[in-house]
Write a protein of this length. Structure first.
Length: 334
């Protein structure tokens, strides 16, 4: 067991506790989101360079030089001093320019902000300076003059329910980032396999736009999965892109029928097939040697699909994943 010194207090870390856990247990209001080293909302500072090095993964060189670290990842082995930092130095103001529904459950958020990013990266969005959540970018840095994010509405969800009911055009939102390495890196000749479940389509849409903009030469296979047909969105947009480009194949797979057989976003009823996305991919892509694979969406989907693609021959280094982990364990796909 070791101690941390924080705001004139000495606190003892319990076995296996991170710096963040200890501060929260002691009643301090420390901003946090993913608690998995992904959102950077829990960033703090310490002079104990060696003790915080393991908690600096994903930080920029500038952040490391300033001795910043992620308190949710930090398990010091000897006593360290810990300080808050001004989060505003890590955040950018973004103006809401559109907040609308793409289907029954997917909210499209468009923001105006000056940041440099790669298509497929994600941002941390803040609610009231306290709640931080990560969302992946569907927009493209040169094709679009706004940031676009697709947020699945979750009843009672701290961020998504607030976004749907309270956020209005003209509001200013704090954002952090961009983060993440699930990006197209110009593998022009390689066949691409783009796999999305639910709002995993958001980064996949960005990556697809980037591959086309960079004149990708190889085939591009897109497979989009959802729980039911109503959950698909951007169908017409994707169909249009596929129709304009012979090297793109587009497949929609849904898990279960719903009572009505209507599709809210479009009139075309044949675009999707009922089935198991894992089984479909296993049969359709039984040799992924030489492929570049992108897998985006719910954590369970990403984990299972990554393993499957590896077993089907894809090189682990050629598989990029944007896994929508959430702090709470209970979650669904689609
Ligand atoms: C790198 C990264 C990128 C992400 N990108 C996106 C994105 O582009 N679009 C997007 O919609 N989400 C994305 N997420 C997930 C997002 O950050 C939030 O976890 C999610 O929106 C839930 O936040 P909330 O505050 O609305 O719900 P919370 O208040 O956090 O959760 C409320 C309840 O809903 C459950 N829950 C959490 N997630 C889901 C889910 N997906 N389905 C059903 N129940 C759930 C929780 O277990 C909890 O019980 C991403 C996550 C990460 C880490
Ligand atoms: S990185 Fe620490 S809470 Fe997200």
């Amino acid at each position: 067991m070791t101690d941390i010194a924080f705001e004139d207090k000495h606190l003892t870390l319990e076995e296996g506790e991170t710096v963040l856990d200890t501060l929260l247990r002691a009643g301090y209001d420390i901003p946090n989101g993913c608690r998995a080293g992904i959102c950077q909302s829990c960033i703090m500072k310490s002079d104990a360079s060696e003790e915080i090095a393991h908690a600096q993964v994903g930080l920029s060189d500038a952040q490391k030089t300033l001795k910043y670290f992620l308190s949710c990842r930090c398990l010091p082995s000897s006593k360290i001093n810990v300080q808050r930092i001004s989060l505003s130095s890590q955040q950018t103001n973004a103006e809401v320019i559109d907040v609308s529904m793409l289907n029954e459950t997917v909210i499209r958020l468009r923001l105006k902000a000056s940041i440099d990013y790669h298509a497929g990266q994600y941002l941390t969005l803040w609610k009231d300076g306290r709640i931080a959540r990560c969302y992946s970018l569907a927009s493209h840095p040169t094709l679009n003059d706004y940031l676009e994010l697709h947020v699945k509405y979750i009843k009672g969800g701290e961020f998504s329910a607030w976004l749907r009911s309270d956020v209005r055009v003209g509001d200013i939102m704090k954002i952090q980032g961009p983060f993440g390495k699930c990006i197209y890196a110009g593998e022009k000749e390689q066949p691409l396999l783009l796999l999305a479940i639910g709002t995993g389509l958001s980064p996949i849409f960005g990556i697809l736009q980037d591959a086309i903009a960079k004149k990708h030469q190889g085939k591009i296979h897109i497979v989009v999965g959802a729980r039911s047909k109503e959950n698909f969105y951007l169908v017409e947009e994707l169909q249009k892109i596929a129709a304009q480009n012979k090297s793109i194949s587009l497949t929609y797979i849904y898990q279960e029928e719903t009572n009505t057989d209507t599709i809210t976003a479009q009139n075309n009823t044949d675009f999707a097939s009922k089935g198991d996305i894992y089984q479909y991919c296993k049969e359709r892509f039984d040799n992924l040697k030489g492929y570049r694979v992108f897998i985006c969406g719910a954590e369970s989907f990403c984990k299972k699909m990554r393993k499957q693609c590896f077993l089907e021959g894809a090189d682990m280094n050629a598989i990029s994943v944007d896994s929508f982990i959430s702090f709470t364990e209970e979650k669904t796909e689609g």
